[in-house]
Design a protein around this ligand. Structure first.
Ligand SMILES: Cc1cc2nc3c(=O)[nH]c(=O)nc-3n(C[C@H](O)[C@H](O)[C@H](O)COP(=O)(O)OP(=O)(O)OC[C@H]3O[C@@H](n4cnc5c(N)ncnc54)[C@H](O)[C@@H]3O)c2cc1C
Length: 409
């Protein structure tokens, strides 16, 4: 049985950063990354640009196998963890191998949520979370004319833009009314909707798949309302499933992700979790959070790595997500979930395709959604980070002439 001082499950941004951070701080201890992937770290953020054609394949990859050898980090690719024994400190692989560890990091991220569909031809159904899924979709896109995307999240919008650049006639089907989940308000939604429609994308609300049919030789999506949408490509962009299955019966506490404290430590001694998989205690927002973004995966990988070598670092960061889609800058910051204590304040001129929605709790800013207004983003992040009491500014926040930055000057 191979023994490692530091063992890391997942070779994405969080796992790779943790391994490299450990190596910078412990030159001797053995480090290994286990990854299901065929490849070392690549950028998921550029996959939409790779699909659209503006980023070549070689620019997607961020590390080579040699770079790990040089750092004396073992990289076990195509290796699938099926079980963990936290008390015996062992990890079990699908091929029957067992590895033992002193410290373990779970950085297993997420995979495309799959949906069982009665399908005439499964080879025309696509997902978009990994490089292999992106490459398969790209190969098909280059010989296709029409696509249906199911789902209306960031991923769906980015795929639609890539299709549009490649002259693919595209329809987006939404389960409800809203794009980007429930966080962006009606006005923000309207700006995005109008913009993508102007770019030739068709948008259909309140549609759900019933089945896939054949019409002549073509695939057709049949919705619950019996509407028919012909396609060459069907992309299921219906969210991300956290990779937790191998933790069943391990005793490691999980909810939607792996539950950790602010040091990214799980309920089990010497076991940490970072990146998309980590449901960590956020000391700024004072609640448990699950994130899905590149910068946080990087910063959490760093924090976990430091804690694994024996330092004591809390993860403290106002997370954000930002994409430019069909020329519109769409972003969110912090906590944009709503509960009975959430107060919403809006800013911006929707005619100019600008909109900010501020999320306040107890008169403190906790999050924001923004359309084309990200020049205020830095100030908003500071307000969230510093938990500044905004009571005296409440009646001004919605006034577009009020300079938010004046609050902290
Ligand atoms: C198409 C796309 C576009 C995106 N665009 C943006 C963007 O613009 N901005 C942004 O901030 N974020 C973006 N994201 C999100 C961002 O990429 C993720 O938040 C980030 O990659 C998470 O990193 P991670 O290391 O936590 O997880 P992942 O990247 O999911 O890595 C998880 C790793 O764990 C491995 N693994 C899982 N289970 C096992 C197992 N049982 N055994 C062994 N290995 C396992 C996987 O093989 C993989 O190597 C995008 C994501 C996608 C898919």
């Amino acid at each position: 049985m191979e023994k490692y001082k530091y063992l890391i499950i997942g070779g994405g941004m969080a796992g790779t950063t943790a391994a490299e951070t450990i190596r910078e701080n412990d030159k001797e201890g053995s480090v290994a990354i286990i990854s299901q992937e065929k490849y070392p770290l690549y950028s998921k953020v550029v996959l939409p640009m790779y699909l659209g054609g503006s980023v070549p394949e070689e620019k997607v990859f961020l590390r080579s196998e040699i770079s790990f050898k040089e750092k004396n980090i073992s990289l076990l690719l195509r290796a699938n963890v099926v079980k963990i024994d936290p008390d015996d400190k062992k990890v079990f692989l699908e091929n029957g191998d067992e590895l033992s560890f002193e410290k373990l990091l779970i950085a297993s991220g997420g995979s495309s949520r799959k949906m069982e569909v009665e399908a005439a031809d499964r080879s025309n159904i696509f997902y978009f979370q990994s490089f292999d899924e992106a490459r398969r979709l790209k190969e098909k896109m280059l010989i296709s004319k029409g696509a249906v995307i199911v789902g209306g999240g960031f991923n769906a919008l980015e795929i639609a833009e890539a299709f549009s650049k490649n002259s693919i006639k595209t329809s987006i089907l939404l389960r409800g009314e809203n794009l980007l989940g429930g966080s962006f308000d009606k006005e923000s939604n309207e700006i995005i909707r109008k913009n993508i429609k102007e770019k030739g994308i068709s948008l259909f609300s309140n549609e759900q798949i019933k089945k896939i049919d054949k019409e002549m030789k073509n695939d057709v999506l049949v919705s619950q309302k019996d509407n028919r949408y012909p396609f060459d490509i069907l992309v299921m962009s219906i969210g991300v499933k956290r990779n937790l299955d191998f933790l069943i019966d391990s005793g490691i506490k999980t909810e939607s992700g792996v539950v950790t404290d602010e040091f990214l430590k799980t309920n089990k001694e010497d076991i940490f979790a970072a990146g998309d998989i980590s449901e960590f205690y956020d000391i700024i927002l004072d609640k448990r959070m699950l994130l899905r973004n590149w910068t946080s995966a990087f910063l959490q990988g760093k924090t976990a790595g430091l804690n694994m070598v024996g330092k004591k670092e809390a993860f403290r960061h106002v997370s954000g997500y930002n994409v430019v889609n069909f020329g519109i800058n769409i972003s969110f910051l912090g906590d944009v979930s709503k509960d009975e204590n959430t107060v919403l304040v809006s800013r911006g001129d929707t005619e100019k395709k600008e909109r900010t929605q501020l999320f306040l709790r107890n008169n403190i800013l906790v999050g924001a959604t923004q359309i084309n207004m990200n020049k205020e983003k830095g100030v908003l992040a500071k307000l969230i980070e510093q938990k500044i009491d905004l009571t005296e500014f409440l009646d001004k926040l919605g006034d577009d002439d009020f300079e938010i930055k004046s609050i902290i000057n």
